[in-house]
Write a protein that binds this ligand. Structure first.
Ligand SMILES: Nc1ncnc2c1ncn2[C@@H]1O[C@H](COP(=O)(O)OP(=O)(O)OP(=O)(O)O)[C@@H](O)[C@H]1O
Length: 554
């Protein structure tokens, strides 16, 4: 049911149309049986009375009706499921988009990739199965009616045995579900190992022990996935065989048991036996479809679980209706942190790392440098300041007014950043450029005009050195023209000449434009260019003294 609920959540399923088409197709299918039985039984009479053409036309008509309704049913089901999947995909994308960074870090990108690709695909592949199972159930229903019409005892016997077969699967549903969950988790790990291999390809190529170890872990995860899947498939295979045996028992019962329980004629025995044999197709479809249905149900559970986790963090922001992108923040008078605090929880036994409490005031047009040792908390602090991490204590005041969690999206649109682990978007998403000339001028200024051009809001290439890619990331932020610029060790990958240009020309240009700059840097040769110089030591902002007597952290 969870699968049906997920699919029908956002789209209106025309249940009546499906039921009507299913009934017509199932009935047509059962009629084929009745016709064949009838013609076989009365073939000599039919031939004598020249009625064979009549039956042939009826037979052709029945299979035509079956073909048309079945085709329509399958197309409709595929369309419905694909529409639902398309909606779900966008919904999940939106959930990820609106979720908080800390939630994303907790969930892990492997699970998101796996759910958005494989799990949705599994659900999509189950579309035709719904039709086949639904239609098979209809067929079993009509054939059972046909049997009941000829012998109620035969109907009872076959019903009991079919129910017995169905209950075999239910008995082991929990074990199947447990193994499926195990294989989903192992597959998430496999994606992580594969990312390690691809993202860290160079490092892996350089170290045989690392490559061996990685492969060893990959094989272990793969074996775990294989075991879980094999166990599931074995359970399904056993179920299938047991169900088939039950079914053969039902057919056998038609000739061995039913005549003993009731006084029926030979031709009735033949009819109910033929009918029960006719059930083999639909029952095989139903039993054979159970693994796909169960896999799809499990996939639906995984989609829902991920969505719930994402929504818990997202709902609050969305409900309050704040959307950063739609608000154009061009100016601020002061950003003030009061007692700002954030704590990273770490595995049991490890001491949590916290930054704060931080008290700080940032004024427009100020250039602030932040220095500090590795792991001292600079990046965490920047994430707190920019609203990427929601504060666990204290508050952010924008122009004297406290920023609520619902306003974080709007608040975040004050900032643009090139992080140390920056991502260069090939397309300039969400950036409106006033003129092509502006881009060309900046490309010349950043000494990138001979390497890259921008056409249709896209960089002609991003296959560049890290330093060059960083210059393009810088260009993107410049074109965004947000009030506050964050640079996390931006100049670290630049040659000395461009490094100088960054500190002595880019930063002053931004300042002249009225932009505020907060840069994490260790380039002590340029410390004198900062208005404010802060130092992070073990999560505490220290030695925050002014450099040129302009602006000071409070
Ligand atoms: N997502 C996280 N979960 C748990 N701990 C984290 C997380 N991110 C950072 N930390 C821990 O917080 C501490 C501070 O990390 P942070 O990245 O803020 O330091 P940093 O000063 O920017 O370091 P670096 O100069 O090396 O980039 C580190 O000890 C790190 O292990």
């Amino acid at each position: 049911m969870v699968l049906y609920d997920l699919i029908s959540r956002n789209i209106k399923i025309k249940r009546r149309t499906f039921v009507a088409l299913g009934c017509i197709s199932g009935l047509a299918n059962a009629l084929v049986l009745a016709l064949i039985n009838n013609v076989a039984e009365n073939i000599s009479d039919i031939n004598r009375e020249n009625h064979i053409l009549y039956y042939l036309v009826l037979f052709s008509l029945t299979i035509t009706i079956y073909g048309l309704t079945q085709q329509r049913l399958m197309t409709k089901a595929a369309r419905t499921v694909e529409r639902a999947i398309a909606g779900l995909r966008v919904e999940l994308f939106e959930c990820v988009r609106y979720t908080e960074l800390s939630t994303l870090e907790k969930i892990g990108k492997e699970r998101i990739f796996n759910t958005l690709s494989k799990e949705l695909q599994t659900i999509s592949q189950s579309a035709q199965l719904f039709v086949i199972i639904g239609q098979s159930i209809t067929l079993v229903f009509f054939t059972s009616l046909y049997i009941a019409y000829h012998s109620f005892v035969a109907f009872l016997v076959i019903s009991v045995l079919i129910m017995l077969g169905a209950s075999i699967h239910r008995l082991r549903a929990n074990e199947i579900q447990k193994n499926m969950q195990l294989s989903f988790e192992s597959e998430n790990m496999l994606i992580q190992r594969l990312s390690d291999l691809l993202d860290g390809f160079k490092e892996v190529k350089l170290s045989v022990p690392r490559a061996d170890d990685l492969e060893h872990e990959f094989i272990a995860d793969s074996t775990r996935a294989k075991k879980a899947k094999t166990t599931t498939q074995t359970l399904f295979a056993t179920d299938f065989v047991l169900s088939q045996i039950t079914f053969f028992a039902a057919t056998g019962a038609m000739v061995f048991i039913v005549p003993m329980l009731s006084n029926i004629y030979t031709e009735v025995v033949i009819k109910v036996t033929t009918a029960s044999l006719f059930l083999i197709g639909p029952i095989t479809s139903i039993v054979g479809g159970i693994p796909i249905y169960t896999t799809a149900t499990e996939a639906a559970n995984n989609v829902l679980a991920l969505e719930n986790e994402l929504k818990q963090a997202t709902q609050r922001t969305k409900q309050k209706g704040a959307r950063g992108g739609s608000t154009d923040m061009r100016a601020f008078e002061e950003i003030r942190l009061e007692g700002a605090y954030y704590q990273h929880n770490r595995p049991a036994g490890d001491r949590p790392f916290f930054v704060g409490p931080v008290d700080l005031s940032i004024k427009p047009g100020q250039i602030t440098f932040i220095t500090g040792g590795n792991g001292s908390g600079k990046t965490t602090f920047i994430r707190m300041l920019t609203g990427l991490y929601e504060l666990q204590g204290g508050q952010i005041l924008l122009n004297g007014r406290s920023v609520t969690s619902g306003e974080l999206d709007t608040y975040r649109s004050l900032f643009t950043a090139v992080f140390s682990d920056f991502h260069l978007f090939k397309q300039l998403y969400g950036i409106k450029v006033s003129s092509e000339q502006e881009i060309d001028d900046w490309l010349v200024f950043l000494e990138m005009n001979n390497k890259v051009s921008v056409e249709n809001s896209q960089f002609s290439t991003t296959d560049l050195s890290t330093g060059q890619r960083k210059r393009l990331a810088l260009l993107s932020t410049i074109l965004e023209n947000r009030p506050v610029y964050i640079f996390d060790e931006w100049a670290a990958d630049q040659d000395p000449i461009f490094r100088r240009k960054f500190y002595e020309q880019v930063l002053p240009k931004l300042k002249a434009r009225g932009n505020t700059v907060i840069a994490i840097t260790h380039d002590d040769a340029y410390f004198h260019l900062a208005d404010v110089h802060l130092k992070m030591v073990e999560g505490q902002l220290m030695e925050h003294h002014t450099v040129e007597n302009e602006g000071s952290p409070s």
